[in-house]
Design a protein around this ligand. Structure first.
Ligand code: GDP
Length: 528
């Protein structure tokens, strides 16, 4: 079995696409799926996007969630590899969920709209990847349009990303004059052929780059590309695989997703360059993906298709070993065993029962609250994986119930929504009004809607005077107790009872920090 586990781990590639809305993530995802023959799913990607656009009306939310469960993880086979593609929530309103999805991948594919360069959401997602040294591949999209000059783009990327950009392909022209892309390693050029329904990869290939005939065929763009390439060759740092794996270099590809042009090159690079699942840190020890025993971590919880039943799917990233159907699992947090009778994979639009899974794979476990965000599952060893981040909220609201008889339902609902990671819930030490914390306004709307429709509670979400939260810890328990007592008017406990200080203005926080040098203030809490 050990040999089989090693083999299976070696051929896994688990990644996410990160981009700013409208850069072409959905389009690229569909084309990637085409290459693996998973055309069926491609339709659902589009459907999901359509549903997403319809969500200004929150009555649509259940429907949307249903579709998004079906396509938030896509597994496909390409060449000898099993590829797990994780969707990052696409709301303009940035959500914490996205950060957590990025903890479950081994590489990221960054899509840049060549006309817009690096945009705000790309930048934020990238920061998360950089913090974890996740290797990143870059796809510069929409070369069939009038876009930025490729040298300027490369420069912008390097400045913005703080990474060395290594072009693997280079465009000849753009917009109407887009002739194709040079492959810098193979010394060949793939000629651009427009068409939305193309399978891709069947374009004309030019191998005699010295032939003067190309100059008349591609016009000015040809000479210009040659000139640019000369500069790139002189100035660019040679690509080194180790530097890419360390997150210091990113290979860059040019293309047009909608025309399925330049997409196969990226998929090939993903298979060839992106790493298989690696070791994962737990509080107890480092876990190797090829260990015999199964372990995994819950990185996302999503309310299921049928909100009336309140069942939820826990998305588990397998970290080691061999998962088999019918297996008994231990939840480290509670110490309890459970044997989930349905465990699903995301191989096609229909969710299928999982027969087996290996490190890098994502399995979905429907449950009624047994599993929380950040939980570790094992065959018995008490392991707790680290690294699942919770971010200090940037917005706060008080939440009260319109009908006081429903207080219990409100608390139960918020408890569950908090466990799901939909929102952060705080219990202030002073007073009995619960507080909600979020990083995006949309989270409040979602919570209000779900409280009403899933828990039958009309909640009043009201302004709150706090603007900044920090989790507090100290090496000395006594000091922490002293701090909490002295600040009890602005202390609260979160869902896992971690003490949190809330302040109205950032300068106030600085003053508190100066007065309490032995207290540590954290903007990020890792699940432990
Ligand atoms: P997402 O928001 O990142 O998922 O972006 P989409 O994949 O939905 O693409 C946004 C828009 O850009 C859509 O109208 C696409 O048709 C269009 N688009 C995507 N790729 C290309 C491309 O290569 N060229 C052009 N001209 N348009 C594209």
């Amino acid at each position: 079995m050990t040999e089989r586990i090693e083999q299976e781990v070696r051929r896994r590639r688990t990644f996410a696409i990160i981009s700013h809305p409208d850069a072409g993530k959905t389009t690229l995802t569909e084309k990637l799926l085409l290459f693996s023959g998973a055309i069926q799913i491609a339709g659902s990607v589009k459907a999901r996007k359509a549903a997403r656009h319809a969500t200004s009306d929150w009555m649509e939310i259940e429907k949307q969630r249903g579709i998004s469960v079906a396509s938030s993880v896509m597994q496909m086979e390409y060449r000898d590899c099993v590829i797990n593609l994780l969707d990052t929530p696409g709301h303009q309103d940035f959500s914490e969920d996205t950060y957590r999805v990025l903890t479950a991948v081994d590489a990221a594919l960054m899509v840049i709209d060549a006309a817009n360069g690096v945009e705000p959401q790309t930048r934020r997602l990238l920061q998360v990847c950089r913090a974890r040294n996740t290797p990143i591949l870059t796809f510069v999209n929409k070369m069939d349009r009038e876009v930025k000059d490729p040298l300027a783009l490369m420069d912008e990327l390097e400045q913005e990303l703080g990474m060395t950009v290594c072009p693997f392909t280079w465009p000849v022209g753009m917009g109407k004059q887009f002739g194709g892309v040079m492959d810098l390693r193979a010394q060949s050029m793939r000629v651009f052929a427009p068409g939305e329904d193309r399978a891709g990869g069947d374009e004309e290939l030019i191998t005699d780059l010295d032939n003067p005939a190309h100059e008349s065929r591609f016009g000015m763009a040809w000479g210009q590309a040659q000139g640019e390439l000369e500069l790139v060759r002189e100035a660019a740092t040679p690509f080194e695989h180790a530097e890419f794996l360390a997150g210091h270099q990113t290979p860059m590809f040019f293309g047009s997703a909608i025309n399925n042009f330049g997409v196969r090159e990226v998929l090939d690079a993903l298979v060839e360059l992106a790493p298989p699942p690696g070791e994962r840190a737990s509080l107890q020890r480092v876990v190797q993906p090829t260990e015999k025993k199964f372990s995994g971590v819950v990185f996302k919880i999503q309310a299921n298709m049928d909100p009336a039943h309140r069942d939820r799917i826990a998305f588990v990233r397998c970290s080691s070993g061999h998962f088999e159907r019918g297996m008994k699992l231990k939840v480290t947090r509670t110490g309890k065993d459970f044997r989930p009778n349905t465990v699903v994979s995301f191989l096609s639009q229909r969710r299928e029962l999982v027969e087996e899974a290996f490190a890098g794979d994502i399995i979905g476990i429907p449950n009624h609250g047994v599993l929380h965000l950040g939980d570790t599952l094992t065959e018995g060893e008490p392991l707790q994986f680290t690294g699942l981040p919770f971010f200090a909220p940037e917005m706060f609201r008080n939440v009260e119930v319109a009908d006081p008889l429903k207080t219990k339902q409100l608390r139960a609902g918020l408890q569950q929504l908090g466990e799901e990671g939909a929102i952060q819930v705080f219990r202030p030490m002073a007073g009995s009004v619960l507080m909600l914390g979020a990083v995006g306004q949309l989270q409040f709307e979602v919570v209000a809607h779900r409280l009403e429709h899933e828990y039958g509670v009309k909640a009043r979400i009201q302004p709150c005077r706090f603007q900044v939260a920090r989790w507090v810890t100290a090496d000395d328990e006594v000091e922490l107790k002293k701090f909490i007592a002295a600040n009890d008017h602005r202390m609260a406990y979160d869902a896992v009872d971690a003490p949190t200080i809330l302040v109205e203005y950032a300068p106030e926080l600085r003053a508190i920090q100066e007065n309490w040098p032995k207290i540590h203030f954290h903007a990020l809490r890792e699940h432990a």
